[in-house]
Design a protein. Sequence first.
Length: 545
Amino acid sequence: MTNYVKIFDTTLRDGEQSPGATMTSAEKLEVARSLARMGVDIIEAGFPAASPDDLEAVRRIAVEVGNQPKGQTDAKVPVIAGLARANKSDIDKAWEAVKGAQNPRIHTFLATSPIHMKHKLKMDPEEVVQRVSEMVAYARSLCADVEFSPEDAGRSDPQFLYVVLGEAIKAGATTLNIPDTVGYTTPDEYFNLIDGIIKNTPGMHDGITVSVHCHDDLGMATANALAGIQAGARQAEVTINGIGERAGNTSLEEVVMTLKTRHPVFNLETGIETQQLSRVSKLVSNYTGIVVQPNKAIVGANAFAHEAGIHQDGMLKHQTTYEIMRPEDVGVNQTMLVMGKHSGRAALRARLAVMGHSLDEAELDKAFARFKELADRKKVITDADLEAVIADEFYRPRDVYYLEGLQVSCGTLGMPTATVRLRGPDREIYNFASMGTGPVDATYKAIDAIVKMPCKLLEFNIHAITEGIDALGEVTVRIQSDNNNDTKMDAQSELEYARVYGGHGADMDIIVASAKAYINALNKLIIAKTEGTQPLQNNFGVMLG
Ligand code: KIV
Ligand code: ZN
């Protein structure tokens, strides 16, 4: 058995199913690029049957990330997978979406637990076996690489799973993914499940990859995934920061760093460049608006912080006293790029290239202008600062409203007041002044008065990207449309209203960063509501779709 574990990232599919993780097409593309650069083997780019927008987003990723970059012939190219229920229409859409990739994969699934078969599918076990066999064969008639998942395998009868999976192999599936859909199993149980499948499934052979897919409802997603790997699974389905349905999925960084840090225990390899973990975690958090808890393993802000005196003393004597991994192994120690007023475009271009951003001349002009503005106010600019600028400048949705100016007065004497100037969709300039309970509240009230898009602010988070008084402040918000008229909505509109939109803004002035984050989220909401689509345009006015 190989000692290589394939990393299958489903941040853009299962991860995007977490409330509020909605990303724009441009953001999804950038996440996919970052995953590919980091060495992910398979990117599940989405669920194409969910909507024409989802199909289009997967198609773009398949074409742009799933092929050799121009001028290169030996770069590692990830497999691009699209999810499909076990029916022809979904499978056709998944194929339509992924077929432009060099290595496309159709991932189809059907539930196998008694609860799901009876209450959700209303199918008896024989019908399930028959459907799996037909639909895997159909997917295989379109695509050479087919993955099958028996949904809710964690609560399925193992004997029945052997039969279903045997039929999937017979019909042409080459990857069998075993989802603990509701995060129910314990590590021992999941180990036995994978072990039993490998030993008892008819037709199992070396060309079949068994895969783990665990959810974190009881906090055991990573432990379960690793137990499955110890039982012989050689693909791990994971998400960045562990985002996903309900309590989330197994986190990519935890599995990868466990295999690396405890190499003598597992004796297994992955193809992940772990120094990129911190950067990609940040990117996903910014785009989804889902903040990483400070004590999150590997990528949390405190993962490498040593507060207690005893720990600090030990660390000073020797790093290994309290550290099992080096922060630089996951990219935490940011390279300092000391650039000032006189630093040039070439240096910036070179640094961005190392970070994986290849900008054209127009893009570099924009990035350089933002960089100079920052260099005027901040002495040392780190990769994290640059990353925030790039995210803020290039991967926010198309600007419906754009912040032209902001003036705030606050403190202990008098009511906090904000005057906001926005450029609107018609390129008109709008000014509005409001008072509020604090400077952010006043700013948001003024923005609301101009934009007139009723919404609820669900979450507001602020933090400093780097240390020091001149740190760049970063704000993430999550908003939801507020249906305050009484008209009864159809199901589609209700879905739209229930959707949560994340926004991100970075600036040295935290009130400006707050305004940018709010406008960023509002722009996503406005585009979704007025055009009924995901924003497909980047900030250079170039249609991505
Ligand atoms: O958790 C699950 O069952 C899934 C499948 C669709 C693979 O995400
Ligand atoms: Zn899942």
